[in-house]
Design a protein around this ligand. Structure first.
Ligand code: SF4
Ligand code: SF4
Length: 766
């Protein structure tokens, strides 16, 4: 069957293969060399078993991709087609020479034939669906809200075209073989190819020609991506496995959320009491990132899932987590000759003009200000304004609320929050360059131990309104005390949060839970300082607290060092960051403990509350620590409450705007995040917007007040902590419990069964 046509096409194919292999080898070598210029990080290799398992589950089962189910399913077929049908490419090299060729051993096996037919068809249908979705979600239709805004379309189209053509060739080769009588496998083992064969001529040359097209298109793809190292839409097919394997949470396989990592320099944690002279604080240059950070950059597929969930991007800020990663990636490659020592930067920065943002350029991209590999690229600051030619604009860096939505959504486990926080650390600790308003908060933390700068003994004021004595912990806790109640700065100082503190204390007292507080001995957990980037202040506060807590829990064995807190930020710091400083405690959020008390029958909601409520997930409780159910179960235990979910909820919840120390900065760009979230809640026409975080309460309450002033929200609507609602349902009618009294008097009027005829409500029975 081998004629002149086969010899010509076959020879070209082999020559093309040799060229492609050389290109691919050089590209992979260059890629590995560049990534290896990153700082060391020895924490990413083990444990091997759990890491391998995570990598296999996430890739083979597409567990993270399937968060977007239809797209995930389509991508799964394309993914399985790419690897599972690799042997069809090998087979094609022989089919070019001999159209009757079948793979040895499996070529005539029905199971293999069925697999090829099903996955080949799935690949074609999958890529057609993905092409259609990219067009449907194109920025020309959706503008800035498109998740693809800022992604490179030319490269994506190229990859999509290659997959479509290769998929069609796989089916086409088989159909041509069947039509030419070169395949004797039963029809059921290749149903799609058999159907296609009815329109194919009886011509063996066609098999060689289609196989040749498949080879040329496949190898052209290899050569193109070998020449374009920042083509993440193609490179992720290889790098994603490694990126998932080396992800931060190697044991659990969870996304890189919750605690921030300790600051490292040269791969070693920095000793803040005696830092080394050469220690680099944070990331001030692209080469300060670790090799894993660089692997993150090259793995970004430009899918834009992170961008679509980012509260900053969705409210008109210049921050897109996708663009941050792409800017860092493109800068890394542009600076690569300098990183590899192939070029040497001049001693002083050259004069350079920055390219002004234009219509052709994504305005949120700082990289595009200076393009190409040149001396200016080597000298430009990593974080800087347009005039400075910064790769990342300060407005981008400081817009982040550290909500974690980007990390939660990323299908290839990129660790955006850690990178953003590391860049902040450099800006704060080395450049002293951060929003001035946040400086007041830092000074207050250093001088007064709380972000408000409140002096004196105000941390115990909330106790005065309780009709029982709250035990203060001074020295080791007595045996009978089960929990230390960590009140937190907001819970002790902010008027709205103090009501929550009182409600929780009241509930614990009702349930006979023995607890104590540190009172005036408590200081800030350090979370706002750490999220701002001031690791020094965090370390100072955290060490002080660990010392205090270790004293309180002296003599207690693990399992009995229990802390309950109402603040998700303290919950995260005490429970998941203090172990970095030797503080090991069992920290629960108040919604977890209260839910447990309800389940145990120690708290029994008795008073029905006939109200509509929607629950807002605090990011540091939900996404960062996966506590989604207890607050909802508490609400579910209250008779009469009708709960509705906002469309952005649970792991896709939308930030209130206060995280990442944004609580202490002015929000000057775009729409206010708290307004966006409150409008979303008000769309459900609720009586109560509930939440479980003092900062969320402040942000949502402020926005609700503004809405009420504009007549856009009913006067009866209120923002309440879940504990306040629970307390109202426990409080006998006519008794006003401390902490439950804010807003409308739902469930507290003497003759009003849980507000059934409360004058202020729109939704109660009349
Ligand atoms: S953490 Fe939140 S605000 Fe920051 S980049 Fe990610 S999604 Fe955006
Ligand atoms: S979700 Fe991940 S892969 Fe997708 S654009 Fe964002 S960083 Fe890149």
């Amino acid at each position: 069957m081998t004629g002149p046509l086969q010899i010509v096409l076959g020879t070209i194919s082999v020559l093309f293969l040799i060229v492609a292999v050389v290109f691919a080898y050089r590209a992979v070598r260059a890629m590995v060399r560049i990534i290896r210029t990153g700082q060391p990080d020895s924490t990413r290799f083990g444990p091997v078993g759990p890491r391998l398992k995570t990598m296999l589950v996430e890739s083979l089962a597409h567990t993270r991709m399937l968060k977007w189910s239809a797209i995930g399913a389509a991508h799964w077929f394309v993914f399985v087609g790419f690897y599972g049908l690799f042997l069809t490419l090998v087979e094609a090299f022989f089919e070019v020479f001999d159209p009757a060729f079948h793979l040895p051993l499996i070529g005539a096996w029905s199971v293999w034939n069925l697999f090829v037919d099903v996955i080949g068809t799935g690949t074609v249908l999958g890529i057609v669906y993905l092409i259609a979705r990219r067009q449907r979600d194109h920025p020309r239709r959706q503008g800035r809200t498109s998740r693809f805004a800022g992604s490179n379309f030319g490269r994506a189209y190229f990859v999509e075209a290659v997959v479509l053509v290769v998929g069609l060739c796989i089916l086409g080769i088989r159909a041509a073989k069947i039509a030419s009588g070169l395949d004797s496998a039963p029809t059921w083992s290749h149903p799609v190819s058999s159907a296609l064969a009815t329109v194919f001529p009886d011509n063996p040359d066609l098999v060689s020609i289609i196989a040749f097209v498949k080879i040329v298109v496949s190898l052209a793809w290899v050569i193109v991506l070998s020449r374009i190292l920042n083509m993440g839409v193609a490179w992720h097919r290889f790098s994603a496995f490694f990126n998932i394997y080396f992800k931060r949470e190697g044991t659990s396989g969870a996304p890189a959320l919750g605690p921030l990592l300790p600051m490292t320099s040269g791969g070693k944690p920095i000793d803040f009491e005696d830092p080394g002279e050469d220690d680099v604080f944070g990331r001030g240059k692209i080469e300060d990132f670790t090799w894993k950070g660089m692997l993150d950059f090259v793995t970004c597929t430009e899918c834009g899932r992170c961008q679509s969930q980012c509260p900053a991007w969705n409210t008109g800020k210049p921050l897109s987590p996708k663009m941050v990663i792409l800017d860092l990636r493109d800068h890394m490659f542009a600076k690569a000759p300098y990183l590899l020592g192939e070029q040497t930067a001049s001693d002083t920065a050259p004069d350079y003009d920055v390219l002004k943002p234009s219509d052709e350029q994504v305005w949120a991209s700082g990289y595009a200000r200076i393009e190409g590999t040149n001396d200016a690229q080597a000298h430009r600051p990593l974080v800087g304004t347009l005039e400075e030619g910064g790769v990342i604009d300060p407005d981008v860096l400081w817009s982040c609320t550290s909500c974690g939505a980007c990390v939660e959504q990323c299908p290839v486990d990129i660790e955006h929050v850690d990178h953003i926080m590391d860049m902040r650390r450099y800006q704060v600790l080395i450049e002293s360059n951060f929003p001035s308003e946040a400086g007041v908060m830092l000074r207050n933390l250093e001088n007064r131990g709380n972000p408000w700068g409140m002096g004196g003994n105000v941390r115990e004021d909330w106790m005065k309104e309780l009709d029982f004595e709250v035990r203060r912990a001074d020295g080791p806790l007595p045996y009978e005390v089960e929990y230390l109640f960590w009140v937190g700065c907001a819970g002790a100082i902010d008027d709205r949060a103090k009501k929550v503190t009182k409600a929780v204390a009241e509930l614990l007292h009702m349930a006979d839970v023995e607890f104590a507080v540190l009172g005036n001995g408590e200081t800030c957990s350090g979370d706002p300082a750490r999220r701002l980037g001031n690791e020094f202040v965090f370390q100072m506060l955290a060490q002080e607290n660990v010392e205090t807590l270790n004293g309180v829990f002296e003599g207690r064995v693990p399992g009995t060092r229990k802390i309950v807190t109402t603040c998700p930020h303290c919950f995260n710091s005490l429970g998941r960051e203090y172990p970095q400083l030797g503080g090991e405690y069992e920290v629960v959020h108040h919604t977890q403990l209260l839910n447990q008390l309800v389940e145990e029958g120690r708290l029994t909601p008795v008073t029905p509350i006939d109200r509509k409520v929607t629950y807002h997930d605090p990011c540091f409780l939900g996404r960062h620590n996966k506590v989604y159910t207890p607050p909802r179960e508490i609400l579910g235990s209250v008779e009469g409450l009708s709960t509705q979910e906002m469309h952005r909820c649970k792991d896709r919840g939308f930030c209130c705007g206060a995280g990442g120390a944004r609580m202490w900065m002015e929000e000057k760009i775009g729409k206010r995040i708290n307004m966006e979230r409150t409008e979303e809640a008000l769309d459900l026409d609720p009586d109560v917007i509930s939440t479980a975080c003092p900062f969320c309460i402040t942000m949502l309450s402020d926005a609700l007040t503004s809405k009420k002033q504009n007549g856009e929200a009913g006067e009866h609507v209120e923002v309440l902590d879940v504990s306040q609602i629970l307390l109202r349902s426990l409080t006998p009618v006519g008794v006003a419990a401390p902490g439950a009294e804010s807003g409308a008097d739902v469930g507290t009027k003497a003759d009003d069964v849980a507000g059934l005829d409360s004058a202020n409500t729109e939704h109660g029975r009349q």
